[in-house]
Write a protein that binds this ligand. Structure first.
Ligand SMILES: [Zn+2]
Length: 331
């Protein structure tokens, strides 16, 4: 798996996601590599009316490569870092060069600087707030070291709770071309249930997600099976194929493989799910542990404040922590 989309070879998406930086930084780098950052030239391509000039230097069209690397301001920042700056012909050439390094710390530093440069660019656009290059570097370093300190705390906590099953509890992406849909249910403050789902591709990229609050629902098991049915209906209308739906409800998982002779509300919904699975052959399903399903759980919990919310590639920020946990624990 290489960065084929941008013609970058010899590096893998897996490596990108394993770089030890905050998830928001990895997502930014992912967007840079796919050239979907909302820089002005990309906005013009999407027919948004803006002038094309770089908001920071005002001298060149703002492409992704410009704002992150060739802009005179970006050059000054890179020159202050341990990586330095030298002319590169394209984003692809520069990334290949960066990933040819065996020093993970150089890549971490580069990712943090890219994030800090893009944050600065947004501050200039929205608040006319200009910084000096050394401030870009110092923010990159301080955010990275704060994040490293938090990670040490989280991993010691997890090791304590799950001393001998850490690997099995981790979320894992599927093989190339396949999608995963994680679903979960959470009890909300008012006694109803929130249902959450998130779809990720084999590069661990979040393609879509949604959350719903179910008022008047008091049985968690009904919640779990309704959530499963909701996910199947939703996947029917989307184009993520093949896809595996992961639930941490063992009972739902087992019930899908059981014949029900009696009728109950639960059995009725299970039968609906079975019919949908029969129809939608591209969907499989699996049982996973709760610890491997934290992102879906975070979404379900958020239904307290934002039911009916759906998103595509622009993730809600409340997911960063749980996504970061998954990304940093892929074995
Ligand atoms: Zn510029």
């Amino acid at each position: 798996m290489g960065f084929e989309e941008v013609g970058v070879t010899s590096v893998s998406w897996d490596r990108l996601w394993k770089i030890q930086v905050p998830a928001k930084v990895k997502f930014l780098v992912w967007r840079i590599l796919r050239d979907v950052l909302p820089c002005k030239v990309n906005l013009l391509r999407r027919h948004v009316e803006v002038d094309e000039l770089c908001p920071v230097c005002g001298a060149q069209p703002e492409t992704t490569f410009h704002i992150i690397y060739t802009c005179s301001f970006a050059q000054s920042c890179w020159l202050l870092s341990s990586l330095g700056w030298s002319p590169m012909t394209s984003l692809q050439v520069w990334f290949n060069n960066l990933f040819s390094s065996d020093r993970e710390t150089s890549i971490e530093e580069a990712f943090m600087i890219m994030w800090s440069l893009w944050s600065h660019r947004n501050e200039v656009v929205w608040h006319q707030k200009y910084q000096q290059p050394f401030s870009i570097l110092s923010r990159a370093r301080s955010v990275h070291s704060e994040w490293n300190a938090t990670c040490v705390n989280i991993s010691s906590h997890i090791a304590h709770v799950h001393p001998d099953s850490a690997l099995q509890t981790h979320w894992k992406p599927l093989e190339q071309g396949a999608f995963k849909c994680n679903i979960d249910v959470a009890l909300l403050n008012d006694g109803s249930y929130g249902l959450g789902m998130i779809i990720r591709d084999y590069t661990n990229y979040c393609c879509a997600g949604r959350l719903l609050a179910r008022l008047g629902l008091t049985d968690p098991l009904i919640g779990e099976v309704l959530c499963f049915r909701e996910a199947l209906s939703c996947l029917k209308s989307l184009s993520f194929q093949p896809v595996c739906v992961e639930t941490d409800s063992q009972l739902v998982f087992q019930s899908l493989n059981t014949s029900y002779a009696f009728s109950s509300y639960f059995a009725m919904i299970i039968n609906d799910c079975k019919a949908l699975l029969q129809e939608l052959q591209f969907i499989s399903y699996a049982f996973i542990r709760k610890l491997a399903n934290q992102v879906a759980h975070s979404i379900a919990r958020a239904a307290n404040s934002m039911s009916g919310y759906e998103w595509g590639v622009y993730l809600p920020s409340f997911l960063y922590d749980s996504l970061s946990f998954d990304l940093n624990n892929i074995s």
